[in-house]
Design a protein. Structure first.
Ligand SMILES: NC(=O)c1ccc[n+]([C@@H]2O[C@H](COP(=O)([O-])OP(=O)(O)OC[C@H]3O[C@@H](n4cnc5c(N)ncnc54)[C@H](OP(=O)(O)O)[C@@H]3O)[C@@H](O)[C@H]2O)c1
Length: 251
């Protein structure tokens, strides 16, 4: 009798900022699609998460600190244990506001805040791509960066440091796609508009009414679907692209 076939190993995805909001929806989506999910965030994993391994496949990292990123990358290599990385989703991001909730203009953003935003939103994705290049190449993996509509136009709530970091991330997506295309690694980004998470400022519902043709906020799951598409074989010839997810806000 022929022995039962060994199941094919699951593809592996690593997602930053997975503890809540869009990142949490992304990891749930990949998990449902039977990927092996590794999560990274500052806080330990939520007890409300749907899979037991969530607790052991979580890496604690502070993306504002390059030493912490180096340690997290080492931990990620250890968890992979020689397997390739099929997708790296650079989702974590910060968008500091003034104490009264208004946007931080360029002229009154303290240097430390400006630098911290660049580190989390732009430099961390670059450092993680550099550190994870070998396992990504090993399986022709995909990098998906989470940019923002604020990369293209001035936003009433997202501040200048945030916009600069996201414009940089969109440019980094292009540069990496150009550099890595012939190695089989694809690099793309998504650009969400107003998605219902804790990052939104009060008053965002008015933007939905006045500026979004679909007249509603987006849901984190609607971003997760597109991220999954960019990580999967269905997008095998998509490279260096940015997909807006905003109900038509950009038009
Ligand atoms: N919501 C929107 O409307 C919208 C629109 C455009 C773009 N985006 C982008 O979408 C991404 C996710 O946003 P979201 O709305 O889901 O935000 P969120 O709910 O505030 O979640 C942000 C995530 O980033 C992690 N994070 C923040 N600082 C970190 C640090 N120093 N080190 C490690 N992890 C850190 C947080 O985890 P810990 O606090 O546990 O570390 C959390 O998991 C961001 O890049 C954001 O810019 C969101």
């Amino acid at each position: 009798m022929t022995p039962p076939a060994t199941p094919a190993p699951k593809p592996v995805v690593a997602v930053t900022g997975a503890s809540r909001g869009i990142g949490h929806a992304i990891v749930r989506h990949f998990y449902k699609k039977e990927w092996d999910v590794i999560t990274l965030a500052r806080t330990p994993f939520s007890q409300y998460c749907p899979w037991a391994e969530g607790f052991v496949r979580h890496i604690t990292v502070d993306l504002s600190d390059s030493a912490s990123i180096t340690s997290a990358a080492a931990a990620l290599h250890e968890l992979l244990d020689g397997r390739g990385l099929h997708a790296l989703v650079n989702n974590a991001g910060i968008s500091p506001k003034l104490p009264d909730g208004r946007r931080m203009d360029a002229v009154n953003t303290p240097l430390e805040t400006f630098l911290a935003v660049q580190h989390v939103n732009l430099i961390a994705p670059l450092l993680l791509c550099q550190a994870m290049l070998a396992p990504l190449r090993q399986v022709g993996g995909s990098v998906v960066n989470v940019s923002s509509i604020a990369a293209e136009k001035v936003h009433p709530f997202a501040g200048a440091a945030y916009a600069v970091s996201k414009a940089g991330l969109s440019a980094l997506t292009r540069e990496l796609a150009h550099e890595l295309g012939d190695s089989g690694v694809r690099v793309n980004s998504v650009s969400p508009g107003e998605i219902e998470t804790s990052i939104l400022s009060p008053g965002t519902e008015n933007i939905a009414k006045t500026q979004i043709p679909m007249k509603r906020l987006g849901r984190p799951e609607e971003v997760a679907e597109v991220v999954y598409f960019l990580a999967s074989a269905q997008s095998s010839y998509v490279n260096g692209s940015e997909i807006p997810i905003n109900g038509g806000q950009h038009i």
